[in-house]
Design a protein around this ligand. Structure first.
Ligand SMILES: Cc1ncc(COP(=O)(O)O)c(C=O)c1O
Length: 509
Protein backbone atom coordinates (compact mmCIF):
# COMPACT_ATOMS: atom_id res chain seq x y z
CA UNK A 1 0.00 0.00 0.00
CA UNK A 2 1.54 3.31 -1.00
CA UNK A 3 1.10 6.12 1.50
CA UNK A 4 0.01 9.65 0.71
CA UNK A 5 2.90 11.39 -1.03
CA UNK A 6 4.91 13.65 1.24
CA UNK A 7 7.29 16.26 -0.09
CA UNK A 8 10.76 17.08 1.13
CA UNK A 9 11.65 20.29 2.92
CA UNK A 10 12.84 22.76 0.27
CA UNK A 11 15.89 24.94 0.98
CA UNK A 12 14.11 28.29 0.40
CA UNK A 13 15.79 31.07 2.33
CA UNK A 14 13.41 33.93 3.06
CA UNK A 15 14.99 37.28 3.73
CA UNK A 16 12.67 39.28 5.92
CA UNK A 17 12.79 43.03 5.46
CA UNK A 18 14.39 42.67 2.00
CA UNK A 19 13.13 45.00 -0.72
CA UNK A 20 11.77 41.96 -2.62
CA UNK A 21 8.41 40.96 -1.12
CA UNK A 22 8.15 37.47 0.36
CA UNK A 23 5.72 36.17 -2.29
CA UNK A 24 8.20 37.29 -4.98
CA UNK A 25 11.11 35.56 -3.21
CA UNK A 26 9.10 32.33 -3.14
CA UNK A 27 8.08 32.76 -6.77
CA UNK A 28 11.66 33.37 -7.91
CA UNK A 29 13.03 30.43 -5.95
CA UNK A 30 10.62 28.03 -7.68
CA UNK A 31 11.13 29.62 -11.07
CA UNK A 32 14.90 29.21 -10.95
CA UNK A 33 14.70 25.74 -9.38
CA UNK A 34 12.53 24.63 -12.32
CA UNK A 35 14.66 26.42 -14.92
CA UNK A 36 17.86 24.85 -13.58
CA UNK A 37 16.32 21.40 -13.38
CA UNK A 38 16.50 21.08 -9.60
CA UNK A 39 12.74 20.54 -9.63
CA UNK A 40 11.68 18.24 -12.45
CA UNK A 41 8.41 18.26 -14.47
CA UNK A 42 5.66 16.35 -12.68
CA UNK A 43 7.34 16.55 -9.25
CA UNK A 44 5.03 17.33 -6.32
CA UNK A 45 5.57 20.58 -4.44
CA UNK A 46 4.49 21.19 -0.82
CA UNK A 47 0.96 22.38 -0.13
CA UNK A 48 0.74 26.14 0.40
CA UNK A 49 -0.20 25.50 4.03
CA UNK A 50 2.76 23.14 4.56
CA UNK A 51 5.27 25.48 2.93
CA UNK A 52 3.98 28.49 4.90
CA UNK A 53 4.46 26.60 8.12
CA UNK A 54 7.96 25.38 7.12
CA UNK A 55 9.02 28.91 6.18
CA UNK A 56 7.36 30.46 9.22
CA UNK A 57 5.37 32.93 7.10
CA UNK A 58 1.65 33.50 6.71
CA UNK A 59 -0.13 31.50 4.01
CA UNK A 60 -0.98 34.55 1.90
CA UNK A 61 2.44 35.14 0.22
CA UNK A 62 2.76 31.42 -0.53
CA UNK A 63 -0.72 31.30 -2.08
CA UNK A 64 0.11 34.40 -4.14
CA UNK A 65 3.38 32.91 -5.37
CA UNK A 66 1.69 29.60 -6.25
CA UNK A 67 -1.08 31.42 -8.15
CA UNK A 68 1.49 33.32 -10.17
CA UNK A 69 3.44 30.13 -10.93
CA UNK A 70 0.21 28.41 -11.95
CA UNK A 71 -0.82 31.31 -14.13
CA UNK A 72 2.53 31.25 -15.93
CA UNK A 73 2.34 27.50 -16.49
CA UNK A 74 5.09 26.43 -14.06
CA UNK A 75 2.69 24.68 -11.69
CA UNK A 76 -0.47 22.65 -12.19
CA UNK A 77 -2.97 21.47 -9.62
CA UNK A 78 -4.57 18.05 -9.80
CA UNK A 79 -7.62 17.23 -7.73
CA UNK A 80 -6.78 14.59 -5.15
CA UNK A 81 -3.03 14.80 -5.88
CA UNK A 82 -2.01 18.35 -5.04
CA UNK A 83 0.18 20.93 -6.73
CA UNK A 84 3.08 19.82 -8.88
CA UNK A 85 5.56 21.19 -11.37
CA UNK A 86 3.81 21.24 -14.76
CA UNK A 87 4.56 18.24 -16.97
CA UNK A 88 5.11 20.55 -19.94
CA UNK A 89 6.57 23.98 -19.27
CA UNK A 90 5.70 26.34 -22.11
CA UNK A 91 8.74 28.61 -22.04
CA UNK A 92 11.75 28.58 -24.30
CA UNK A 93 14.09 30.03 -21.73
CA UNK A 94 14.03 27.00 -19.47
CA UNK A 95 17.45 25.35 -19.57
CA UNK A 96 16.94 22.14 -17.72
CA UNK A 97 20.22 21.47 -15.97
CA UNK A 98 21.92 18.24 -16.94
CA UNK A 99 23.51 15.97 -14.42
CA UNK A 100 27.20 15.46 -15.20
CA UNK A 101 27.71 12.46 -17.45
CA UNK A 102 29.39 9.47 -15.86
CA UNK A 103 33.13 9.76 -16.12
CA UNK A 104 33.02 13.43 -17.07
CA UNK A 105 34.28 15.94 -14.58
CA UNK A 106 32.63 19.31 -14.96
CA UNK A 107 34.10 22.79 -14.77
CA UNK A 108 37.76 23.43 -14.34
CA UNK A 109 38.44 19.82 -13.43
CA UNK A 110 37.67 18.73 -17.01
CA UNK A 111 40.55 20.86 -18.18
CA UNK A 112 42.83 19.39 -15.59
CA UNK A 113 45.81 17.23 -16.31
CA UNK A 114 44.57 14.34 -14.21
CA UNK A 115 45.47 15.82 -10.85
CA UNK A 116 41.82 16.08 -9.79
CA UNK A 117 41.12 12.36 -9.38
CA UNK A 118 43.17 9.41 -8.22
CA UNK A 119 45.18 7.19 -10.57
CA UNK A 120 42.84 4.29 -9.96
CA UNK A 121 39.75 6.39 -10.70
CA UNK A 122 41.34 7.44 -13.97
CA UNK A 123 41.66 3.73 -14.83
CA UNK A 124 37.98 3.14 -13.96
CA UNK A 125 37.02 6.10 -16.12
CA UNK A 126 38.67 4.42 -19.06
CA UNK A 127 37.53 0.85 -18.43
CA UNK A 128 35.32 -0.29 -21.27
CA UNK A 129 31.76 -1.42 -20.55
CA UNK A 130 31.58 -5.19 -20.32
CA UNK A 131 28.38 -6.14 -22.15
CA UNK A 132 28.49 -9.72 -20.78
CA UNK A 133 27.85 -8.43 -17.26
CA UNK A 134 24.29 -7.60 -18.25
CA UNK A 135 21.58 -8.26 -15.64
CA UNK A 136 20.07 -11.69 -16.11
CA UNK A 137 21.08 -12.49 -19.70
CA UNK A 138 21.55 -16.15 -20.63
CA UNK A 139 24.80 -17.61 -19.23
CA UNK A 140 25.52 -14.58 -17.02
CA UNK A 141 28.30 -15.83 -14.73
CA UNK A 142 27.72 -15.89 -10.94
CA UNK A 143 23.95 -15.85 -11.18
CA UNK A 144 22.13 -18.50 -9.12
CA UNK A 145 18.67 -19.87 -9.98
CA UNK A 146 16.73 -16.85 -8.76
CA UNK A 147 13.49 -18.32 -10.13
CA UNK A 148 13.85 -21.19 -7.65
CA UNK A 149 14.64 -19.12 -4.59
CA UNK A 150 11.91 -19.68 -1.92
CA UNK A 151 10.77 -16.08 -1.94
CA UNK A 152 7.57 -16.92 -0.02
CA UNK A 153 9.56 -18.27 2.94
CA UNK A 154 12.02 -15.40 2.75
CA UNK A 155 9.31 -12.73 2.73
CA UNK A 156 7.51 -14.45 5.62
CA UNK A 157 10.71 -14.36 7.66
CA UNK A 158 11.23 -10.68 6.84
CA UNK A 159 7.72 -9.98 8.15
CA UNK A 160 8.30 -12.06 11.29
CA UNK A 161 11.65 -10.41 12.03
CA UNK A 162 10.35 -6.90 11.31
CA UNK A 163 7.47 -7.40 13.73
CA UNK A 164 9.66 -8.89 16.44
CA UNK A 165 12.53 -6.45 16.04
CA UNK A 166 13.66 -4.98 19.34
CA UNK A 167 14.56 -1.32 19.76
CA UNK A 168 18.16 -2.31 20.41
CA UNK A 169 18.30 -3.97 16.98
CA UNK A 170 17.49 -0.58 15.46
CA UNK A 171 20.61 0.92 17.01
CA UNK A 172 24.24 0.62 15.87
CA UNK A 173 25.38 -2.99 15.85
CA UNK A 174 28.69 -4.79 16.32
CA UNK A 175 31.15 -4.23 13.44
CA UNK A 176 31.86 -7.99 13.48
CA UNK A 177 28.21 -8.76 12.72
CA UNK A 178 25.00 -9.96 14.36
CA UNK A 179 25.97 -12.49 17.06
CA UNK A 180 23.45 -15.25 16.24
CA UNK A 181 24.37 -15.10 12.54
CA UNK A 182 28.08 -15.35 13.35
CA UNK A 183 27.29 -18.47 15.43
CA UNK A 184 25.27 -19.94 12.55
CA UNK A 185 28.04 -19.24 10.03
CA UNK A 186 30.67 -20.77 12.32
CA UNK A 187 28.52 -23.92 12.75
CA UNK A 188 28.05 -24.13 8.99
CA UNK A 189 31.66 -23.69 7.87
CA UNK A 190 32.93 -26.01 10.62
CA UNK A 191 30.53 -28.79 9.68
CA UNK A 192 30.40 -28.45 5.90
CA UNK A 193 33.76 -26.93 4.97
CA UNK A 194 36.02 -28.30 7.69
CA UNK A 195 36.97 -24.77 8.73
CA UNK A 196 38.56 -24.58 12.19
CA UNK A 197 37.02 -21.58 13.91
CA UNK A 198 34.94 -20.08 16.69
CA UNK A 199 32.13 -17.58 16.12
CA UNK A 200 34.43 -14.87 17.49
CA UNK A 201 36.55 -15.23 14.32
CA UNK A 202 33.63 -14.55 11.96
CA UNK A 203 33.35 -11.08 10.48
CA UNK A 204 30.12 -10.48 8.54
CA UNK A 205 30.71 -8.45 5.37
CA UNK A 206 28.61 -7.10 2.53
CA UNK A 207 29.80 -9.95 0.31
CA UNK A 208 33.24 -11.32 -0.55
CA UNK A 209 34.19 -8.17 -2.35
CA UNK A 210 34.10 -6.28 0.93
CA UNK A 211 35.83 -9.19 2.65
CA UNK A 212 38.71 -8.62 0.26
CA UNK A 213 38.73 -4.88 0.82
CA UNK A 214 38.90 -5.35 4.58
CA UNK A 215 41.65 -7.95 4.36
CA UNK A 216 43.68 -5.73 2.05
CA UNK A 217 43.29 -2.68 4.26
CA UNK A 218 44.66 -4.69 7.13
CA UNK A 219 47.40 -6.68 5.41
CA UNK A 220 48.87 -4.46 2.70
CA UNK A 221 50.82 -1.27 2.36
CA UNK A 222 50.85 0.42 -1.07
CA UNK A 223 53.34 -1.32 -3.33
CA UNK A 224 53.25 -4.65 -1.44
CA UNK A 225 53.39 -7.73 -3.62
CA UNK A 226 50.36 -9.98 -4.06
CA UNK A 227 50.40 -13.29 -5.95
CA UNK A 228 47.26 -14.19 -7.86
CA UNK A 229 46.17 -17.11 -9.98
CA UNK A 230 46.41 -16.49 -13.73
CA UNK A 231 43.76 -16.81 -15.08
CA UNK A 232 41.92 -15.69 -11.99
CA UNK A 233 38.99 -13.79 -10.57
CA UNK A 234 38.95 -10.22 -12.00
CA UNK A 235 37.06 -8.86 -8.96
CA UNK A 236 39.99 -9.78 -6.74
CA UNK A 237 42.48 -8.27 -9.15
CA UNK A 238 40.53 -5.02 -9.10
CA UNK A 239 40.58 -4.99 -5.31
CA UNK A 240 44.37 -5.51 -5.31
CA UNK A 241 44.81 -2.72 -7.84
CA UNK A 242 42.68 -0.48 -5.64
CA UNK A 243 44.98 -1.27 -2.72
CA UNK A 244 47.94 -0.19 -4.90
CA UNK A 245 49.44 -3.66 -4.66
CA UNK A 246 51.99 -5.00 -7.10
CA UNK A 247 50.22 -7.95 -8.72
CA UNK A 248 52.30 -11.04 -9.56
CA UNK A 249 50.53 -13.54 -11.83
CA UNK A 250 51.13 -17.22 -11.07
CA UNK A 251 50.19 -19.96 -13.53
CA UNK A 252 47.59 -22.61 -12.74
CA UNK A 253 47.55 -26.18 -14.03
CA UNK A 254 45.30 -29.18 -13.46
CA UNK A 255 46.22 -29.20 -9.74
CA UNK A 256 45.61 -25.50 -9.13
CA UNK A 257 48.17 -22.76 -8.51
CA UNK A 258 51.68 -23.85 -9.51
CA UNK A 259 53.60 -23.64 -6.24
CA UNK A 260 57.00 -24.05 -7.92
CA UNK A 261 56.29 -20.76 -9.74
CA UNK A 262 55.31 -19.19 -6.42
CA UNK A 263 58.66 -20.25 -5.04
CA UNK A 264 60.38 -18.56 -7.96
CA UNK A 265 58.35 -15.36 -8.21
CA UNK A 266 56.64 -14.91 -4.86
CA UNK A 267 59.56 -14.61 -2.47
CA UNK A 268 58.68 -11.16 -1.21
CA UNK A 269 54.91 -11.56 -1.53
CA UNK A 270 52.86 -10.42 1.43
CA UNK A 271 49.76 -12.25 0.28
CA UNK A 272 48.54 -14.93 -2.09
CA UNK A 273 44.92 -15.14 -3.24
CA UNK A 274 43.62 -18.60 -4.23
CA UNK A 275 40.36 -20.38 -5.09
CA UNK A 276 41.28 -23.95 -4.10
CA UNK A 277 37.85 -25.66 -4.13
CA UNK A 278 36.95 -24.58 -7.64
CA UNK A 279 39.60 -22.52 -9.34
CA UNK A 280 38.09 -19.39 -10.85
CA UNK A 281 37.46 -19.60 -13.75
CA UNK A 282 39.02 -22.88 -14.96
CA UNK A 283 37.27 -24.99 -12.33
CA UNK A 284 39.95 -27.45 -11.21
CA UNK A 285 40.32 -28.42 -7.55
CA UNK A 286 43.64 -27.85 -5.84
CA UNK A 287 45.26 -31.21 -5.13
CA UNK A 288 46.10 -32.29 -1.57
CA UNK A 289 49.82 -32.15 -2.37
CA UNK A 290 49.58 -28.58 -3.65
CA UNK A 291 47.62 -27.52 -0.58
CA UNK A 292 50.35 -28.78 1.71
CA UNK A 293 53.09 -27.19 -0.43
CA UNK A 294 51.24 -23.88 -0.45
CA UNK A 295 50.68 -23.87 3.32
CA UNK A 296 54.29 -24.82 4.03
CA UNK A 297 55.59 -22.15 1.68
CA UNK A 298 53.31 -19.49 3.20
CA UNK A 299 54.41 -20.38 6.73
CA UNK A 300 58.12 -20.30 5.79
CA UNK A 301 57.76 -17.11 3.75
CA UNK A 302 55.51 -15.25 6.22
CA UNK A 303 52.88 -14.84 3.51
CA UNK A 304 49.15 -14.53 4.16
CA UNK A 305 46.72 -16.64 2.14
CA UNK A 306 43.22 -15.52 1.20
CA UNK A 307 41.14 -18.60 0.47
CA UNK A 308 38.13 -17.56 -1.62
CA UNK A 309 35.79 -20.54 -1.22
CA UNK A 310 33.28 -19.02 -3.64
CA UNK A 311 31.29 -21.95 -5.00
CA UNK A 312 32.52 -24.88 -2.96
CA UNK A 313 28.95 -25.81 -2.00
CA UNK A 314 28.21 -27.18 -5.44
CA UNK A 315 30.24 -30.29 -6.23
CA UNK A 316 28.59 -32.81 -8.46
CA UNK A 317 30.70 -35.86 -9.17
CA UNK A 318 32.68 -36.22 -5.97
CA UNK A 319 32.50 -35.49 -2.26
CA UNK A 320 33.14 -31.90 -1.14
CA UNK A 321 36.77 -31.17 -0.36
CA UNK A 322 37.59 -29.60 2.99
CA UNK A 323 38.92 -26.08 3.08
CA UNK A 324 42.57 -25.08 2.98
CA UNK A 325 41.98 -23.17 6.21
CA UNK A 326 41.14 -26.45 7.95
CA UNK A 327 44.62 -27.80 7.13
CA UNK A 328 46.45 -24.68 8.26
CA UNK A 329 48.22 -24.99 11.59
CA UNK A 330 50.02 -21.63 11.37
CA UNK A 331 47.01 -19.25 11.26
CA UNK A 332 48.09 -17.85 7.87
CA UNK A 333 44.74 -18.34 6.07
CA UNK A 334 41.86 -15.86 5.87
CA UNK A 335 38.84 -17.86 4.69
CA UNK A 336 36.29 -15.94 2.64
CA UNK A 337 32.71 -17.00 1.93
CA UNK A 338 29.56 -15.41 0.51
CA UNK A 339 25.80 -15.88 0.39
CA UNK A 340 25.62 -14.32 -3.11
CA UNK A 341 25.62 -17.62 -4.95
CA UNK A 342 23.90 -19.84 -2.39
CA UNK A 343 21.12 -17.32 -1.63
CA UNK A 344 21.02 -14.34 -4.03
CA UNK A 345 23.57 -11.63 -4.90
CA UNK A 346 21.40 -8.67 -3.85
CA UNK A 347 21.46 -9.93 -0.26
CA UNK A 348 25.04 -8.55 -0.07
CA UNK A 349 26.12 -10.71 2.84
CA UNK A 350 29.32 -12.68 3.12
CA UNK A 351 31.92 -13.40 5.76
CA UNK A 352 35.57 -13.69 6.61
CA UNK A 353 36.94 -16.29 9.01
CA UNK A 354 39.91 -14.54 10.54
CA UNK A 355 43.07 -15.78 12.22
CA UNK A 356 42.67 -14.66 15.86
CA UNK A 357 45.49 -12.12 15.66
CA UNK A 358 43.75 -10.22 12.83
CA UNK A 359 40.34 -9.86 14.51
CA UNK A 360 40.90 -6.48 16.16
CA UNK A 361 42.39 -4.83 13.07
CA UNK A 362 39.72 -6.25 10.74
CA UNK A 363 36.97 -5.10 13.10
CA UNK A 364 38.55 -1.62 12.95
CA UNK A 365 38.68 -1.68 9.13
CA UNK A 366 35.03 -2.76 8.86
CA UNK A 367 34.04 -0.06 11.32
CA UNK A 368 35.88 2.48 9.21
CA UNK A 369 34.25 1.31 5.97
CA UNK A 370 30.56 1.09 6.81
CA UNK A 371 30.39 0.44 10.58
CA UNK A 372 28.38 -2.79 10.31
CA UNK A 373 26.04 -4.75 8.01
CA UNK A 374 22.27 -4.08 8.24
CA UNK A 375 20.98 -6.01 11.27
CA UNK A 376 17.55 -6.92 9.91
CA UNK A 377 19.00 -8.73 6.87
CA UNK A 378 21.41 -10.59 9.12
CA UNK A 379 18.62 -11.62 11.50
CA UNK A 380 16.42 -12.87 8.66
CA UNK A 381 19.30 -14.87 7.21
CA UNK A 382 20.06 -16.36 10.61
CA UNK A 383 16.45 -17.53 10.95
CA UNK A 384 16.52 -18.91 7.41
CA UNK A 385 19.56 -21.00 8.33
CA UNK A 386 18.29 -21.91 11.81
CA UNK A 387 14.95 -23.25 10.51
CA UNK A 388 16.66 -25.51 7.97
CA UNK A 389 15.56 -23.59 4.86
CA UNK A 390 19.16 -22.93 3.88
CA UNK A 391 20.19 -26.60 3.94
CA UNK A 392 17.03 -27.56 1.99
CA UNK A 393 17.62 -24.81 -0.56
CA UNK A 394 21.24 -25.89 -1.08
CA UNK A 395 20.18 -29.49 -1.61
CA UNK A 396 17.54 -28.49 -4.17
CA UNK A 397 19.91 -26.16 -5.98
CA UNK A 398 22.54 -28.87 -6.23
CA UNK A 399 20.02 -31.16 -7.99
CA UNK A 400 18.85 -28.35 -10.26
CA UNK A 401 22.39 -27.35 -11.25
CA UNK A 402 23.26 -30.97 -12.04
CA UNK A 403 20.34 -30.96 -14.49
CA UNK A 404 21.30 -27.60 -15.98
CA UNK A 405 24.96 -28.58 -16.29
CA UNK A 406 23.98 -31.82 -18.07
CA UNK A 407 21.74 -29.89 -20.46
CA UNK A 408 24.51 -27.38 -21.17
CA UNK A 409 27.21 -29.98 -21.78
CA UNK A 410 24.97 -31.95 -24.13
CA UNK A 411 23.80 -28.79 -25.97
CA UNK A 412 27.43 -27.74 -26.41
CA UNK A 413 28.42 -31.17 -27.70
CA UNK A 414 25.54 -31.40 -30.15
CA UNK A 415 25.96 -27.84 -31.45
CA UNK A 416 29.74 -27.45 -31.40
CA UNK A 417 30.79 -31.08 -31.96
CA UNK A 418 31.67 -33.69 -29.41
CA UNK A 419 35.30 -32.58 -29.45
CA UNK A 420 34.46 -29.24 -27.85
CA UNK A 421 36.93 -28.71 -25.01
CA UNK A 422 35.11 -28.11 -21.73
CA UNK A 423 36.87 -27.26 -18.48
CA UNK A 424 35.65 -27.06 -14.91
CA UNK A 425 32.21 -28.66 -15.12
CA UNK A 426 32.68 -30.80 -11.97
CA UNK A 427 31.62 -28.07 -9.57
CA UNK A 428 30.21 -24.57 -9.26
CA UNK A 429 27.75 -22.76 -11.48
CA UNK A 430 29.83 -22.17 -14.60
CA UNK A 431 32.07 -23.98 -17.05
CA UNK A 432 34.65 -22.88 -19.60
CA UNK A 433 34.86 -23.81 -23.27
CA UNK A 434 38.21 -23.37 -24.92
CA UNK A 435 38.23 -21.84 -28.39
CA UNK A 436 40.37 -22.87 -31.33
CA UNK A 437 43.78 -21.18 -31.18
CA UNK A 438 43.65 -17.74 -32.77
CA UNK A 439 39.90 -17.16 -32.26
CA UNK A 440 39.37 -13.96 -30.30
CA UNK A 441 37.10 -14.58 -27.32
CA UNK A 442 36.40 -10.87 -26.83
CA UNK A 443 34.91 -10.65 -30.33
CA UNK A 444 32.69 -13.67 -29.69
CA UNK A 445 31.56 -12.38 -26.29
CA UNK A 446 30.75 -8.92 -27.58
CA UNK A 447 28.81 -10.32 -30.54
CA UNK A 448 26.95 -12.78 -28.26
CA UNK A 449 26.11 -10.08 -25.69
CA UNK A 450 24.26 -8.16 -28.40
CA UNK A 451 22.16 -11.28 -28.98
CA UNK A 452 21.28 -11.57 -25.28
CA UNK A 453 23.88 -14.24 -24.50
CA UNK A 454 26.25 -13.11 -21.76
CA UNK A 455 29.35 -15.30 -22.07
CA UNK A 456 32.43 -13.90 -20.39
CA UNK A 457 35.69 -13.98 -22.39
CA UNK A 458 38.39 -16.00 -20.66
CA UNK A 459 40.92 -13.32 -21.65
CA UNK A 460 39.20 -10.90 -19.20
CA UNK A 461 40.45 -13.18 -16.40
CA UNK A 462 44.00 -13.39 -17.71
CA UNK A 463 46.98 -11.23 -16.99
CA UNK A 464 49.38 -12.91 -19.39
CA UNK A 465 48.69 -12.10 -23.02
CA UNK A 466 48.56 -14.30 -26.07
CA UNK A 467 47.08 -17.35 -24.34
CA UNK A 468 44.31 -19.43 -25.88
CA UNK A 469 40.85 -17.81 -25.72
CA UNK A 470 37.77 -19.30 -24.11
CA UNK A 471 34.25 -18.52 -22.99
CA UNK A 472 32.87 -18.77 -19.46
CA UNK A 473 29.25 -19.86 -19.37
CA UNK A 474 27.23 -19.54 -16.18
CA UNK A 475 24.39 -22.06 -16.03
CA UNK A 476 23.04 -21.52 -12.51
CA UNK A 477 20.47 -18.93 -13.54
CA UNK A 478 19.42 -20.40 -16.92
CA UNK A 479 16.47 -22.74 -17.58
CA UNK A 480 17.05 -25.83 -19.70
CA UNK A 481 15.02 -24.29 -22.54
CA UNK A 482 17.10 -21.09 -22.49
CA UNK A 483 20.28 -23.19 -22.43
CA UNK A 484 19.32 -24.74 -25.78
CA UNK A 485 18.38 -21.39 -27.35
CA UNK A 486 21.50 -19.72 -25.93
CA UNK A 487 23.87 -22.38 -27.24
CA UNK A 488 22.36 -22.13 -30.74
CA UNK A 489 22.92 -18.35 -30.73
CA UNK A 490 26.43 -18.86 -29.42
CA UNK A 491 27.19 -21.36 -32.21
CA UNK A 492 26.20 -18.71 -34.79
CA UNK A 493 28.47 -16.11 -33.15
CA UNK A 494 31.33 -18.59 -33.01
CA UNK A 495 30.92 -19.56 -36.65
CA UNK A 496 30.95 -15.91 -37.64
CA UNK A 497 34.13 -15.14 -35.67
CA UNK A 498 35.87 -18.36 -36.72
CA UNK A 499 35.00 -17.60 -40.36
CA UNK A 500 36.50 -14.13 -40.03
CA UNK A 501 39.62 -15.57 -38.37
CA UNK A 502 40.10 -18.07 -41.20
CA UNK A 503 39.54 -15.38 -43.87
CA UNK A 504 42.03 -13.07 -42.14
CA UNK A 505 44.52 -15.95 -41.91
CA UNK A 506 44.16 -16.65 -45.65
CA UNK A 507 44.68 -12.98 -46.46
CA UNK A 508 47.89 -12.93 -44.42
CA UNK A 509 49.34 -16.02 -46.12
C1 LIG B 1 35.50 -16.26 -7.21
C2 LIG B 1 34.52 -15.22 -6.73
N1 LIG B 1 34.72 -14.65 -5.55
C3 LIG B 1 33.91 -13.70 -5.08
C4 LIG B 1 32.81 -13.29 -5.81
C5 LIG B 1 31.98 -12.13 -5.31
O1 LIG B 1 31.05 -12.42 -4.44
P1 LIG B 1 30.24 -11.31 -3.66
O2 LIG B 1 28.97 -11.12 -4.41
O3 LIG B 1 30.05 -11.96 -2.34
O4 LIG B 1 31.03 -10.06 -3.55
C6 LIG B 1 32.54 -13.87 -7.02
C7 LIG B 1 31.39 -13.43 -7.81
O5 LIG B 1 31.25 -13.69 -8.95
C8 LIG B 1 33.42 -14.85 -7.50
O6 LIG B 1 33.22 -15.42 -8.69
Amino acid sequence: VRGVAATFTLPIAIERGASLPIHRQIYEWFQSAIAEGRLRPGGLVPSSRGLASELGVSRIPVVNAYEQLRAEGYFETLVGVGTRVAKFIPIQSVTVGKAPQPGVISGSASKSTGRQISRRAAVWNKSPMQPWVNGRSTFRVSLPALDHFPIDIWSKLIAVQSKAISRSMLAYGDAMGYGPLREAIADYVRAVRGVRCEASQILVTTGSQQGLQIALQVLLNPGDRVCVEDPGYPGARQAFAMADAEIIPIKVDTEGIVVSELLRKGGLAKLVYVTPSHQYPMGMTMSAARRMQLLNWAARNGTWIIEDDYDSEYRYDSRPIASLQGLDSNARVLYMGTFSNVMFPALRLGYLVLPPNLIAACRGAKNCMDIFCPTLNQAVLEQFIHEGHFARHLRRMRMLYIERRKALVSALQSNLGSSVEISGAEAGMHLVILLRPGVDDLTVSTDAAHKGVAVMPLSSCRISLGERGGLILGYGGVSVQSIHDGVRKLRDCLERTEGQTIRQGLRCE
